[in-house]
Design a protein around this ligand. Sequence first.
Ligand code: NAD
Ligand code: MG
Length: 396
Amino acid sequence: MTGITILGATGTIGLNTLDVISQHRDRFQVVALTAHENVERLYQQCLTWRPRYAVMVKTDAAEQLQAKLKSVAPEIEVLSGTEGLITVAKLPEVDMVMAAIVGAAGLLPTLAAAEAGKRVLLANKEALVMSGALFMAAVQQQGAELLPIDSEHNAVFQCLPPAKFDGQAVSELASQGIRRILLTASGGPFRTYPIDALHDVTPDQACAHPNWKMGRKISVDSATMMNKGLEVIEACWLFNASPQQVDVVLHPQSVIHSMVEYVDGSVLAQLGNPDMRTPIAYALAWPERMSAGVSPLDLVQTAKLEFEAADWQRFPCLRLAYEAMAAGGTSTTILNAANEIAVAAFLDGQLKFTAIPDVIERTLSQLTGRPVVQLETILEDDAKARLLATEIVAQH
Ligand code: NAD
Ligand code: MG
């Protein structure tokens, strides 16, 4: 039995992970489940899965969960806070950690899982964007396996030369005959929306993704295409690529999940229905394959696969992400922090959609990134960027 901790069990990725595991109960043992504040959902999951540990980040939520579990499942230990998340990421009986917390809150427990040498199933791209160098060093030093869940990176992972990628960073792309990585992007809900009407779009419009059902933060990121920008940065770290080696192509059908181009002109692509259970099952079973409950791809029904260039004028967040990656150091930490503040303000109705890139750009111009020497540098710049971005939001 493979022991697994699911960080962010109550979110979209968490639910999809439990769905896949429910099809393979003979192989996986859920050791710990975590959530931020949704007591009722984690309580129901505890009844179904009977984990050894349940973590609610908020103390009052943890107390409520403990009270509810007392009479029905007193054996489940309820923990709280970031400390609780870190504890369940490192448990000796845990082999794999699904890192599916949204945003910077996922950094410390995800890093703890890497430092404990686990197989890390990485959905939380923000952790890598904030601390790529430290994160990859921890993975290598501790012999952890870092397997991407993000559908694009999972696709690239599947298209790389098999012997060369062992769940750790690959060697130089060029030495493996790879010319570039091509990340596909649906273009989100506003790919063809009139540019001059974008300032009036609502959070619900921004969250209505044409192909994927996701949490609200990543849905807004998809609408601004910051999601693709974060994914470019994620790809650079995961696959040891320079930003110049990672290109983005719009592909509205979301059937090709990404591609790897080789020097001989071959382009390998991974295709499938847009369903996160495919990359989740792939990473859970790797290097084997197992069923995911995903319906087969019907190419005749799909009929058309279209491609377009990504328009940096429509999607300035994409440009900002490339620039931050090229600047290096904590610039991507600052980019991520400002984006989280701006997206939260937009979802709260305090900021226009079109002001999101403006807040990020102004934060980056007023706070210069520094070389990353230790985790504290990252946490300090993350905190400074949040304060500054909050001030900039207030001026809007
Ligand atoms: P979601 O909002 O549906 O779920 C987020 C989860 O994180 C929940 O379980 C929530 O309880 C937990 N959480 C939220 N804030 C927290 C905090 N401060 N501390 C601890 N836990 C907290 O999000 P999602 O769509 O499942 O996305 C999760 C991650 O996976 C994100 O980083 C996202 O970018 C990435 N991802 C998601 C998809 C997708 O299809 N949903 C695809 C690729 C990558
Ligand atoms: Mg993705």
